[in-house]
Ligand binder design. Structure first.
Ligand code: C5P
Length: 402
């Protein structure tokens, strides 16, 4: 799939730059051509000699070098590629990209390009969590920049743990392949309207407390992004999550199951509904208007009422049922039996079932192992990054729509 694809790899100055050597090798193995731009700081971490040897190309880093008549200019460099990959995408480079600052070759190329850009952030967890970086990443996502990672784990700095580790070379490679898979098949969902739910719902107990299911929203967001990349017009109805809006997706943020249902119904008619939200099954029967006080009356007694089932409402809709209705089933036991039961109960065409027992690490993680449960059988997919599960689901949706 990567044969003859032209990748322009931009290496910025971070310790994770060493992983790029492996990434270049893997890209070359698959037949991609690789041109590399290094920032000055990147050269402190890997040598242009090693990068040049592995990429089998000259390495670019000086903006003014390119003005000589023998060289291609930075505009050509930025456009003679099918995909730009920024790895590691440092906090500094992301900040420059978000603000259109161009003071070296790498940032000039990123501003001048008309090609898609995939960024693999890498930085200290505090830098990643800083409101300035959050703002920059959200803005870049809205500008259509795609992201892979970062992962959570121990950092190069001793004792630092958190989100900020650059994705592994094979994960970046998978994201690159996923990009070309979506692009290569054209845009199979062009003109289709899709509504996606994601994240948890929060059901208030009083003004400060709520009950909720665990859900990061990552799979639903990845799916919304992949659907949009496949050409669909996507409405994503999300409960409270800490994820930026995916590019080219209409995002409606809600809190409760009832709000989610109203937003989903508002997004109909649609060709496809994919209900990936972890909706709270129950809500507190009567929400206290003031904060419930500790003490005097002992522990509070809460009465629950059942929430509307959004998937079932859509799957059994008498007039506006989408042609394809996809549900999710997060289970800790009897995965397939439970998912099969849901097919009929909720009027779904297929169910994406996953085992969310804590030891799987799926909940909140970046990978997912799913089984597709349909009336005509069960298909097991391998353990994949959530982004790739999303791309495969889009292909399945396109196939089922015919
Ligand atoms: O019944 P269960 O919650 O396991 O079903 C999971 C599927 O149903 C998911 O697709 C989820 O988004 C959807 N669901 C829903 N509304 C609910 C409960 C679940 O849409 N109230």
């Amino acid at each position: 799939m990567l044969a003859d694809k032209r990748i322009l790899l931009i290496i910025a100055g971070g310790i994770a730059a060493y992983k790029c050597l492996e990434l270049i090798r893997r890209l070359r193995e698959r037949g991609a051509s690789v041109r590399v731009v290094m920032t000055e700081a990147a050269k402190e971490f890997v040598t242009p000699l090693a990068v040049g040897a592995l990429s089998e190309n000259r390495v670019y880093s000086d903006l003014f070098d390119l003005t000589s008549e023998h060289e291609i200019g930075h505009i050509r460099l930025s456009r003679e590629a099918d995909l730009l990959v920024v790895a590691p995408a440092t906090a500094n480079l992301l900040a420059k990209m978000a603000n259109g600052i161009c003071d070296d070759l790498a940032s000039n190329v990123l501003l001048a390009t008309d090609k898609p850009v995939l960024a693999a952030p890498a930085m200290n967890p505090r830098m990643w969590a800083h409101p300035a970086t959050r703002r920059n990443v959200a803005r870049l996502a809205a500008d259509g920049i795609r992201f892979v990672g970062p992962n959570t784990g121990t950092m190069a700095e001793r004792g630092e743990i958190g989100a900020g580790r650059m994705s592994e070379p094979m994960e970046i490679l998978a994201a690159i392949e996923a990009h070309f898979e979506a692009a290569g098949e054209g845009r199979p969902l062009l003109g289709r309207r899709v509504v996606v739910t994601a994240g948890p719902t929060h059901e208030p107990i009083d003004p400060v407390r709520y009950i909720a299911n665990r859900s990061s929203g990552k799979q639903g967001f990845a799916l919304a992004r992949a659907l949009a990349e496949a050409g669909a017009t996507v409405t994503l109805v999300s409960g409270p999550v800490g994820l930026p809006d995916p590019a080219d997706v209409k995002v409606i943020r809600v809190e409760t199951a009832r709000e989610m249902l109203a937003a989903v119904e508002g997004a109909l008619p649609a060709d496809v509904a994919v209900m990936a939200a972890a909706v709270a099954d129950w809500r507190v029967a009567s929400e206290a208007s003031e904060k419930i006080k500790k003490g005097a009356g002992g522990t509070p007694h809460l009465d629950f009422v059942e929430n509307p089932d959004i998937l079932a409402t859509v799957g059994r809709h008498s007039t506006l049922r989408p042609r394809l209705v996809v549900g999710f089933a997060a289970e800790t036991e009897n995965l397939v039996d439970n998912a099969r039961a849901k097919l009929d109960k909720k009027g779904a065409d297929f169910i994406v079932a996953n085992d969310v027992s804590p030891e799987t690490g799926i909940m909140g993680g970046d990978r997912n192992t799913v089984r597709i449960v349909a009336r005509d059988g069960v298909t097991d997919w391998p353990d994949l990054p959530k982004d790739e599960v999303a791309v495969k689901l889009v292909a399945l949706i396109a196939e089922r729509l015919g």
